[in-house]
Ligand binder design. Structure first.
Ligand code: FAD
Length: 316
């Protein structure tokens, strides 16, 4: 079922979350053990992230061979496994970075065979060691181009082939939005202009980057509506879990942290206490967002679910 249909069918705010595929070589059981405790909250869908590829340098008698590898492959396999095990919709994150248009088409064809109804269309981050995002040769530069490719496929338009079919895909397309603007955008206004562009090209819903101050989300939503963006906007929530997040999250995601949250984390003796502060902050955030009528609360689980479960128990 499509995310938009789940939203239309629900009377209340729903609970969903995102998982990360295991590191290559690890088995899937640990992932299951983190999903199991969250299934009692009836997520209508679970997102599965895709990691950018990395360069590795292999020493061949003093000469280094530069190779490309992916430490966490398997997004689509994980989607299929979770769908099969839990009978829940899964949403693969489809990236511009690291994929040619043709590879993307093959991925989308596989999604259709698996019965996946939703895909999240993202540009992807810069590769490790790169300062800026560099488009893959033959791939897309912006998520909007990827949205166009998926929307085209929904019309039965494959890249290079004329396919006579009455079995065209019909993907519901999610895209990313940034309540505190994307780090590369010169202003929130320009970022919103490009967000609207993604929606105009076919995006059906928006999931936001994490934020810790709900006023930023409310203001972002207001500005989206004013700009003519009418699709559902799903807030993304991440509970702070370790003290290092105070530096890491603003550095990596360019999110501001409210003074009260910083002070509460700084006062913690250890990371167990920080985790508890993160849970309590996310509960407060979630309750207020739920009261404001957001369609879904989407949690970034980062592979561990004890804190997400504690939040869900208090909110749902
Ligand atoms: P875009 O929409 O392409 O925007 C990128 C930047 O370009 C923005 O600054 C925008 O304002 C600007 N822009 C857009 N179009 C144009 C244009 N035509 N001309 C000029 N400027 C333009 N990353 C991963 O690698 N894997 C994941 O699984 C993943 N999941 C995510 C899930 C969510 C909910 C979110 C919010 C982010 C996720 N990301 C993921 C991170 C995302 O890939 C990065 O934030 C990336 O830097 C931007 O992706 P985007 O899709 O927002 O890009």
């Amino acid at each position: 079922m499509k995310v938009t249909q789940h939203i239309q069918a629900a009377k209340e705010t729903q609970f969903s979350f995102e998982v990360i595929p295991p590191v290559k070589g690890k088995n899937i059981e640990e992932l299951y053990s983190n999903i199991d405790p969250l299934m009692e909250f009836n997520p209508p869908f679970i997102d599965v992230t895709t990691s950018r590829e990395e360069y590795v340098f292999i020493d061949r008698d003093g000469l280094f061979d530069k190779k490309v590898t992916r430490m966490r492959p398997g997004t689509l396999g994980i989607c299929a496994a979770i769908m099969h095990k839990y009978n829940v919709d899964t949403i693969p994150h489809v990236l511009c970075g690291g994929f040619t248009r043709e590879e993307t088409e093959y991925l989308l064809v596989d999604c259709q065979y698996l019965g996946i109804d939703n895909v999240m269309a993202l540009r992807g981050d810069a590769m490790k060691g790169q300062k800026y995002f560099e488009p893959t040769q033959g791939g897309h530069t912006y998520a909007s181009e990827l949205v166009s490719q998926i929307a085209d496929l929904n019309q039965g338009n494959y890249l290079h082939d004329v396919v006579e079919t009455n079995n065209t895909p019909d993907f519901c397309i999610g895209v990313a939005g940034y309540p505190e603007k994307h780090m590369e955008a010169p202003s929130l206004r320009t970022d919103l202009k490009w967000l609207k562009h993604k929606v105009d090209l076919g995006a059906d819903y928006i999931v936001t980057q994490m934020f810790f101050d709900n006023q930023k989300f409310f203001e972002f939503t207001r500005q989206c509506r004013e700009a003519g963006i009418a699709v559902p906007i799903i807030p993304g929530i991440k509970p702070i879990a370790v003290k290092k997040h105070l530096q890491l999250l603003p550095q990596v995601f360019r999110t501001d942290l409210p003074e009260a949250l910083i002070e509460a984390v700084e006062a913690c003796k250890d990371n167990a206490a920080v985790r508890q502060v993160g849970i309590e902050w996310a509960i407060e955030q979630s309750r207020e967002l739920k009261a404001a009528g957001v369609p879904v609360l989407h949690y970034y689980s980062m592979g561990k679910s004890d804190n997400i479960k504690a939040i869900a128990q208090a909110v749902f």
